[in-house]
Design a protein around this ligand. Structure first.
Ligand code: ADP
Length: 495
C-alpha cells in the first residue's frame, strides 16, 4: 500500500525550482554542500515542488551515473568579452522525483577534481553560471525560483539581471545560499570581466568590486539575488561581524534585510541507528540504553581500548583544521584524562593536529585512540558507541556531526556558535531540559568546564543523563523541517 501524502503537502501551492551548484552527492561531493544539493531537492519534492538540479558534468562522475544520462540537446553560447562562443551540452538523469541536468563541456569539466586552482576555476564557474541559465532557456523550463549555492553559482543572479533580462527567465526570483563564506571566488577584475563578459557597471563597489582591483563573485551574487540564506540563524547574524564575516561583513550588513538562516537536516535513510548496517547492534529509543553499551564494548574491542562499559567515552569526528577548535582540545586533553574517561578521535587534516593526537594515543595507551583516517564505517560506529561527542568549533555555519550524534543518542558538547548554538539546547538542571553541554567564549578552560559538567552529570545523575539521551534521539532533525522553511520562503517570494 502506498504511504499517504500529508494533507498540508496537497494544500501547499506547487512551485518550480532550479537548484544550481557545483557538487551533489552521489555524483560528486567534497563537503557539506554536496549533501545539501542531494537531500534538500528530495525533501522539496515532498513539499510539492518541481525540482531540477543543474550541475557540471565532471569527468570524475562515476560511470554508473554517466551511462544513465540521456542527451537532452546542445547549443553554442557566447561567453567571453571578445565574443568567443562555447559548446553547451545537456545530459539528463531522473532519480527519486528529481531531474538532474548536467552541463557538458569537455574543455571546462575534464579535470579529475571539481576544484583545481583559481586560474582554472574562475573561467569554469563563469561558464557554468551562464550555461545553467542558457540551458533553462533552451529547455524552455522557466522556474519560479532559481536557488544558487556558494560562489561557484553566485554569478547566476548577476547574469539573470543583466544578460538574461530580456528572456522569459527574468520572471524567476533568485536565492543565494552561503554554505561556506570562506571561499568567495576572488580574482583581478580584468580576468573576471573577460571570462564572464559581464558589463562594466557590475564591477562597482556595491556589486563585484572588492579592494582596489579585484572582483568577488560571491559578493556580486549577494548584491543581485532577491534573498540570501545561510545554514543557520546564528551564523546569519555572526557573518555580519568582522570576526566571522571573512571581509564581507559590511556588505552582508547592508543586505541584512534579505538575509535568513535555515539549518540543515540529516538524511534519515543514511543515518538511522535502527537500520544502520555498519553498527554492531542496531537500536532505537526504546532499547538505546542497553544497546549503546554493547556498541561501546565492541568499539573498545575494535580500537584496542580497555573494555569497560562504565567508562565515559568521548568521540571527536572532524576535519583536523583550525576551524574545528582542536587547539582547545589539545590544550586540555591531559586534564580530561582520568581512570573513568576514554577519547576516540577520527579525522584527517593539518599535520600539527594529526601528530598531537598520535602523541596522546601513545601517552594514554588503552584509553585514547586516534584514527587519523577518513572512514565512514568507523564514523558510524563511533556515533553509536560513544557517550558524548565533542564539537568545540571556532566557527560552524551549521555542522552535521552534532546532529548525527543526537540522532544516535550521543550527547553533544559544543561551543555556542553558528548551527551548534541553534541545534543544541544547553542542559538546564532546574527543569531537566536540553540536549547537551555548551560553552560560549573560545577558551580551553571553558571547554574543560563543559566536559567536566557532562562527565559529572553522567556519573552522578545517570537517570537524567539517560533521559537526555532519549530526548536527543526523539528530536526531529530530518530535512523535512528545513524543506518546509525553504518552501515558505519560495512562497513568500512568488505570491
Ligand atoms: P564540515 O562540512 O565542516 O567538515 P560537518 O559537521 O558539516 O563539517 O560535516 C562533517 C561530515 O563529515 C560528517 O558527516 C562527519 O561524520 C564526516 N566526517 C568528518 N571527518 C570524517 C572522517 N575522518 N571519517 C568519516 N567521516 C568523517
Amino acid at each position: 500500500m502506498e504511504a499517504a501524502v500529508p494533507v498540508e503537502t496537497y494544500m501547499s501551492p506547487r512551485r518550480s525550482v532550479a537548484f544550481i551548484g557545483s557538487e551533489c552527492y552521489p555524483f560528486v561531493k567534497t563537503g557539506g554542500l554536496g549533501d545539501v544539493m542531494y537531500a534538500l531537492p528530495k525533501a522539496l519534492v515532498k513539499q510539492n515542488c518541481d525540482v531540477k538540479v543543474i550541475l557540471p558534468r565532471y569527468k570524475c562522475i562515476p560511470w554508473e551515473y554517466q551511462q544513465k544520462m540521456i542527451y537532452r540537446g546542445s547549443f553554442t553560447m557566447d561567453l567571453c568579452a571578445d565574443g568567443r562562443s562555447y559548446y553547451v551540452g545537456i545530459m539528463e538523469y531522473v532519480w527519486d522525483g528529481v531531474v538532474y541536468d548536467f552541463i557538458d563541456n569537455e574543455e571546462f569539466f575534464s579535470s579529475g577534481n571539481p576544484y583545481t586552482n583559481l586560474i582554472d576555476d574562475i573561467p569554469k564557474y563563469c561558464y557554468f553560471a551562464k550555461a545553467a541559465l542558457a540551458a533553462l532557456n533552451y529547455m524552455d523550463w522557466i522556474p519560479n525560483i532559481i536557488h544558487c549555492h556558494d560562489w561557484q553559482a553566485a554569478l547566476v543572479p548577476v547574469y539573470l539581471r543583466t544578460q538574461f533580462v530580456n528572456t522569459k527567465l527574468t520572471t524567476a526570483k533568485t536565492i543565494l545560499t552561503i554554505h561556506n563564506l570562506r571561499f568567495q571566488g576572488i580574482y583581478n577584475i580584468p580576468t573576471i570581466r573577460y571570462w564572464s563578459g559581464l558589463p562594466d557597471y557590475v564591477f562597482n563597489k556595491d556589486a563585484l568590486k572588492t579592494g582596489y582591483q579585484d572582483a568577488n563573485m560571491l559578493k556580486g551574487g549577494l548584491a543581485y539575488s532577491n534573498i540570501i540564506t545561510t545554514v543557520s540563524q546564528t551564523y546569519a547574524g555572526e557573518i555580519q561581524s568582522a570576526y566571522y564575516g571573512e571581509t564581507l561583513d559590511a556588505h552582508l550588513r547592508y543586505h541584512s534585510g534579505k538575509l535568513r538562516g535555515i539549518v540543515n537536516g540529516i538524511d534519515y535513510d543514511i543515518w538511522n541507528p535502527s537500520t544502520d548496517a555498519r553498527l554492531y547492534a542496531n537500536y532505537d529509543i526504546t532499547n538505546v540504553l542497553d544497546k549503546k553499551k554493547e556498541n561501546k564494548r565492541r568499539l573498545q574491542e575494535e580500537l584496542g581500548l580497555v573494555q569497560d562499559d562504565h567508562k565515559f567515552v568521548i568521540g571527536l569526528i572532524s576535519r583536523l583544521t583550525d576551524q574545528k577548535g582542536l587547539d582547545l582540545v589539545n590544550a586540555i586533553l591531559p586534564q580530561v584524562m582520568d581512570e573513568h574517561t576514554q577519547i576516540v578521535v577520527l579525522g584527517t587534516g593539518d599535520g600539527v593536529y594529526e601528530d598531537s593526537f598520535r602523541y596522546y594515543e601513545n601517552a594514554y595507551k588503552g584509553n585514547v585512540c586516534s584514527n587519523i583516517m577518513y572512514d565512514e564505517t568507523r564514523a558510524h560506529r563511533i556515533y553509536a558507541g560513544a557517550d558524548a561527542l565533542l564539537v568545540p568549533s571556532r566557527f560552524e555555519p551549521c555542522g552535521l556531526t552534532q546532529l548525527i550524534a543526537m540522532h544516535y543518542g550521543t550527547v553533544p558538547i559544543v561551543r555556542e556558535t553558528g548551527g551548534l548554538k541553534d541545534t543544541v539546547e544547553p542542559y538546564n538542571m532546574y527543569f531537566n531540559t536540553g540536549n547537551g553541554f555548551t560553552f560560549d567564549r573560545y577558551d580551553s578552560g571553558l571547554l574543560l568546564d563543559a566536559i567536566n559538567r557532562a562527565k559529572t552529570f553522567y556519573f552522578e545523575n545517570r537517570w537524567c543523563w539517560d533521559e537526555m539521551v532519549q530526548r536527543d534521539m526523539d528530536k526531529n532533525l530530518s530535512w523535512e523541517n528545513s524543506a518546509k522553511q525553504y518552501k515558505d520562503l519560495y512562497l513568500d517570494l512568488t505570491w
